[in-house]
Design a protein around this ligand. Structure first.
Ligand code: FES
Ligand code: FES
Length: 174
């Protein structure tokens, strides 16, 4: 038996410890948002986040994940409100959609580690989009990074409120 937390829920998998996480998620947990593409770490369609890191779930056996915290596309946000999901919609990235869950999870983990990833960093992801939506994916990453930065900025304080005077005066050079 392997115990882990999947999308915030404690799960005990009574499966062969050699079972790839991908199939435990899809077949035992019915979390079919995580896709099967290549089974060889070459496509990224199966990407989930394990303990904060993006991992191709076809390449890790559940026996190695005792106590792990796993997030799949179903658990990324309760209502599709994660900045990467919102950016995906805003930039109309979707074509066939097969690569999307893996890309979104990989980019979400990337933005947690790197506030403003470069195009080269995005290109270095192992994820493949067979529909070739890469220009829109890059735009979505940039949009999500801006949204994440804006939401983490401290509120600006109005100088008038601090001094009771004119903010114009405050901004003049000495
Ligand atoms: S199915 Fe896991 S990387 Fe392709
Ligand atoms: S949208 Fe079709 S594979 Fe990426």
């Amino acid at each position: 038996m392997t115990r882990m937390t999947v999308n915030g829920e404690a799960i005990h998998y009574r499966l062969d410890p050699a079972t790839p996480l991908l199939w435990a998620l899809r077949d035992a947990s019915n979390l079919t948002g995580t896709k099967y593409g290549c089974d060889s770490r070459d496509c990224g369609a199966c990407t989930v986040i394990i303990d904060g890191t993006a991992v191709t779930s076809c390449s890790v056996a559940i026996g190695a994940l005792e106590g792990a915290v796993v997030t799949t596309i179903e658990g990324l946000s309760p209502d599709g409100s994660h900045p990467v999901q919102q950016a995906w919609l805003a930039e109309q990235v979707t074509m066939c959609g097969y690569c999307e869950p893996g890309f979104i999870m990989a980019i979400a983990a990337m933005l947690d580690a790197t506030a403003n990833p470069s195009n080269e960093q995005v290109a270095a992801l192992p994820n493949i989009c067979r529909c070739g939506a890469y220009p829109r994916i890059r735009k979505a990453v940039a949009r999500a990074a801006r949204a994440a930065a804006a939401s983490s900025k401290p509120e600006q304080t109005d100088p008038k409120r601090l001094s009771g005077g004119s903010s114009e005066m405050e901004q003049k050079p000495l």
